[in-house]
Design a binder for this molecule. Sequence first.
Ligand SMILES: Cc1cc2nc3c(=O)[nH]c(=O)nc-3n(C[C@H](O)[C@H](O)[C@H](O)COP(=O)(O)OP(=O)(O)OC[C@H]3O[C@@H](n4cnc5c(N)ncnc54)[C@H](O)[C@@H]3O)c2cc1C
Length: 428
Amino acid sequence: MARHRVVIVGSGFGGLSAAQNLDGADVDVTLIDRRNHHLFQPLLYQVATASLSTSEIAWPIRHILRRRREVTTLLATVTGVDTAGKAVVLEDGARVPYDSLIIATGARHAYFGHDEWEKFAPGLKTLEDATTIRRKLLLAFEAAEREADPDKRRALLTFVIIGAGPTGVELAGAISELARETLKGEFRTADPASARVVLIEAGDRVLANFRPELSAYTLKSLKELGVEVILGEPVTDIDASGLVYGGKRLDAECIIWAAGVQASPAAKWLGVEPDRAGRVKVEADLSVPGHPEIFVVGDTAAITMPDGKPVPGVGDGAKQGGRHAARVIRACLQNSRTFLPFRYKHAGDLATIGKRAAVIDFGWIQLKGWVAWWAWGLAHIYFLIDTKNRLAVALSWLWIYLSGQRSARLITQGEAEAKAPIKEVTDL
Ligand SMILES: Cc1cc2nc3c(=O)[nH]c(=O)nc-3n(C[C@H](O)[C@H](O)[C@H](O)COP(=O)(O)OP(=O)(O)OC[C@H]3O[C@@H](n4cnc5c(N)ncnc54)[C@H](O)[C@@H]3O)c2cc1C
């Protein structure tokens, strides 16, 4: 008899966890991703701010699963699902048949109906996003060094981050340290320490998901790092040379979007009604209504816990979802499919503020300051994929901590773009 075919779309936290938890089951697995690597998104901001290099936070999927002979890895983009014919449709029209399907295609940033802002204010979700932001940041300092007009130089040295969730806070702290510590003494005309790092948030506090006392601590710590925090002011316009918030214009060459996310188009593929963030509203066992053979996990799924609270879009939620979908498939194969509802366990909320402080809310205990930073650092090193990367990241952090120097300060992409912002200046 032919073996049960499981197709997993997406090899992020959810998809990889599903594949790992199917180890030993009597199934053939096909894992499809449009990228060849599994990415540890929580450390993307460190690539964007030149602390880590891309290969320290991403691993070839094929290599991770090399010992699993029953797993086939395909580099391809999924564009649809034929639910009646039980096949996943790829961009080139090819079809990959399945008996069970797990969709874990994550989310992208959302611009609240202003997609035209994306080219001026990139978001941070992929390695390409991170290196684009890194290039933008480093080029701004280079262009400022050659800029004679003080107003233009000020605009070049104004870095704005929109959205004060964990990613926005982490980016703001790291950019401020990059300007004030790492680049110190390396420029002759521009003074990197004079850079303005502005964090704009529409809500009334930073880290709105954390307890108010941790938000207050974060605000104080950001200010000590030299970050200007603007609260309660939604951004209403963004263009190539700046933005408008609360009716005020701010000239800035480097703007980063960290304000909202939209799920992948899986709901469209499945022909189901999405929620407001584009996610698929799944049953309590993570299957799609009317399709017990299809599961959606991670950032693409809208899951409500028994207490009515939504499962947050975090790495651990995706991992637990992937593990649960694998468990339901195993139960089905053993003909013991009693209904298995997903029970999400929230481990805690974490965010760093520069290289010396962090806030952690485990629910039963809250930590802040350097103790929290060490707990955050150890947790992240533990979750990295292999020993070499754990050592490399730990060494990079130790070096940055002791010397302030970031080794990944390379402008490597986009030759044409790289040249564009540097204007001809002859009268310096
Ligand atoms: C900057 C940043 C920082 C974060 N920090 C934290 C943190 O500190 N702690 C935490 O818990 N969470 C954090 N998160 C959230 C966490 O990373 C996500 O919740 C988690 O990655 C979701 O897992 P997922 O499997 O649903 O999607 P992802 O991990 O995003 O994986 C989706 C995969 O699907 C693939 N894919 C997408 N569309 C297609 C397609 N059409 N065809 C083929 N493949 C496709 C993608 O290439 C990707 O590999 C952070 C996220 C970001 C962006």
